[in-house]
Design a protein around this ligand. Structure first.
Ligand code: G6P
Length: 587
């Protein structure tokens, strides 16, 4: 969840390079940050609470530096708890992502040996452990031995004042190494590195890297050297900057027509592969968390409706309690933007142990799920930096839709629908539609609750639309299956309660409009989203009718509504909602 960046090379402004890297990675954690550089035989550190924003650093010139943006787990949000963490002699600096499950046992042992701790974090044990190990062995071995003692899924990057190297090791959280000319980078996401080099190595679990004059990769726990495998990133640095947009969120919402076109035109082979493995499997489970879980839920309806095929769905963290069903003929499809979400990664690992086949749908090349999977489906949505997922969601649903049409040998129809939807989304992003959405946002901005209803595929749309509104505007929004209203939810409707109705032109239309009538009869204020207007709607936000793909247009409208609600409520940085992180690598 935290952002990690490290530099070693020929440039002497390491602190600034690290700061710039951290700014690009801030979406991973943004409650505090810190940087350490080597200054002669000592280490200079600068740590702060709050977002990195436009901060600058005034640390000494150095050719080696590491830095971190934090999403707090152990210990509150304070300067003392911000990383990097030093040892007693202040010559070792450690940054860390993950949770050290046995930290309290190690801490007690180190306190007995005379070490003094100044933070409440689990991370600080690592610096003191390395300090202890350095009494016996050299720097890299001291890091290796310390890391081998840690339980849990962790990634660390360490600097030692007398050394010209930094050492990185991981068992869980992601680390990417950038290989430049006379310089090496390490970061928790290639997004931080691509400005400097597009040649990267994805560090695998149980590997350690020593970055210095040369790069050395070592397999843990023992230290056998392994040859590095260099990948080339195929996107440009421009894709990780805001360009003309005020926020990444708006930029990424606007990128969706291109993302949809790309899937329609270039993902035919991927869709064929996925359709084939689904066809061959004896039981398929799609897994995801947050936004991706709603894409997976949409997938069950899409496969049932188009392919007449039952595909199960589970929230990643709940799959632990369902996986007794799995056999070596099962197929598990993890769906994830980052490819790192621990609540998906862990059940997938266990499914693999049971012999299940894994076909991952991810946006990040080289990510953990990408590496875990036998079949690798890349979304190609480009880097997504706003914490709130937008283009990754539409890409996930589009991919599943194309696959379902491919399953029944009608891939051309699926492609056509996506192309028509890309056009519709482009028109939704135009002035007329935006001004209507802004007007609705003004009407809703002071409401405490917003309800969203849909049936069938639109139930998944309702859940995702509600999540967008919650995360972005902090208004309580709740998605419901239209049929469930009368079983309880209707008790919440009073005069003026806003209710958004997801109304595509499909078999759910009549029934969802009836549900809207029931809400209106109790004073509810109805906003319809879909291709057909209706008397029951007080406001109508129109889309084209592109069959199942209509949901993509409806979601884009919901994303825009969430964004303009946030602005209307004075939320300054909708890219980084409070308490959230983009990539959740701890349980
Ligand atoms: C976090 C993010 C959500 C995201 C979820 C799953 O909770 O805040 O926006 O939907 O993780 O992320 P993934 O990378 O697996 O799609």
């Amino acid at each position: 969840m935290c952002g990690i960046f490290g530099y070693v090379g020929s440039q002497s402004n390491a602190a600034n390079l690290v700061l710039e890297g951290l700014k690009l990675l801030e979406y991973r954690g943004y409650d505090s940050w810190g940087i350490a550089v080597k200054k002669g035989k000592t280490i200079a550190v600068d740590k702060h609470v709050g977002k990195i924003g436009d901060a600058s650093v005034s640390l000494a010139q150095s050719t080696i530096g590491i830095g971190h943006t934090r999403w707090a787990t152990h210990g509150g949000v304070t300067v003392a708890n911000a990383h990097p963490h030093l040892d007693c002699k202040k010559t070792i600096a450690v940054i860390h992502n993950g949770i050290i499950e046995n930290f309290s046992e190690i801490k007690k042992e180190l306190i007995k040996k005379g070490h003094t701790f100044i933070s409440e974090t689990d991370t600080e044990v690592v610096s003191h452990l390395i300090e202890e190990n350095l009494k016996k062995v050299g720097f890299a071995s001291a890091v290796r031995d310390a890391f081998n003692r840690l339980h849990g899924l962790n990634a660390i990057v360490v600097m030692y004042a007398p050394s010209k190297e930094i050492v990185a090791a991981k068992t869980g959280s992601p680390l990417v190494i950038g290989v430049g000319e006379n310089e090496l980078f390490v970061a928790s996401d290639a997004v931080g590195i691509v400005k400097h080099t597009r040649n990267v190595i994805f560090l695998e679990d149980n590997q350690m890297a020593v970055l210095g004059y040369k790069l050395k990769l070592i397999r843990l726990p023992h230290g056998k050297e392994i040859p590095p495998k260099i990948h080339r990133i195929n996107w440009e640095f421009e894709q990780v900057s805001k360009g003309k947009y005020k926020h990444f969120l708006l930029k990424e919402i606007n990128e969706q027509p291109v993302v949809l076109k790309n899937i329609a035109l270039h993902h035919n082979e991927q869709a064929r592969i996925l359709a084939k493995v689904i066809g061959d499997a004896f039981g398929t489970f799609m897994l995801g968390c947050g936004t991706a879980s709603y894409a997976a839920l949409a997938g069950t309806y899409i496969f049932s409706h188009i392919a007449k095929k039952h595909v199960n769905f589970s929230i990643g963290s709940e799959f632990n309690y369902l996986e007794d069903y799995l056999t070596n003929r099962s197929l598990v499809i993890p769906i994830s933007q980052s490819g790192e979400t621990i609540d998906v990664v862990e059940p997938v690992e266990r499914a693999k142990e049971k012999g299940a086949t894994i076909a991952a749908i991810v946006n990040v090349l080289g990510s953990t799920l990408y590496r875990q999977a036998k079949y690798k489906i890349l979304l190609g949505a480009g880097p997504e930096k706003a914490v709130v997922g937008t283009k990754s969601f539409t890409a996930m649903v589009a991919e599943l839709l194309l696959c379902a049409y491919t399953f029944i040998s009608k891939q051309r129809d699926g492609r056509q629908l996506l192309l028509e939807t890309a056009k519709d989304v482009a028109s939704i992003l135009g002035d007329i539609s935006i001004s209507k959405i802004k007007k609705v946002a003004q009407t809703l901005k002071n409401r405490e609750h917003i309800y969203i209803i849909g049936r069938g595929l639109s139930y998944a749309t309702a859940l995702e639309a509600a999540l967008k509104i919650k995360e972005t505007s902090y208004i309580h929004a709740e998605g419901f299956a239209g049929g469930e209203l009368k079983h309880g939810v209707i008790a919440l409707i009073e005069k003026g309660t806003p209710c958004i109705v997801i109304a595509p032109n499909d078999e759910t239309y009549e029934d969802i409009v009836s549900n809207a009538q029931e809400i209106k009869a109790r004073g509810g204020y109805i906003i319809g989203i879909g291709p057909k207007n209706n008397d029951v709607f007080a406001e109508w936000l129109p889309t084209a009718d592109t069959k199942e793909a209509t949901m993509l247009s409806q979601i884009v409208i919901s994303q825009l509504l969430a964004y303009y609600l946030a602005l209307a409520r004075g939320i300054k940085d909708p890219d980084k909602p409070r308490n959230l992180a983009k990539s959740v690598t701890v349980k």
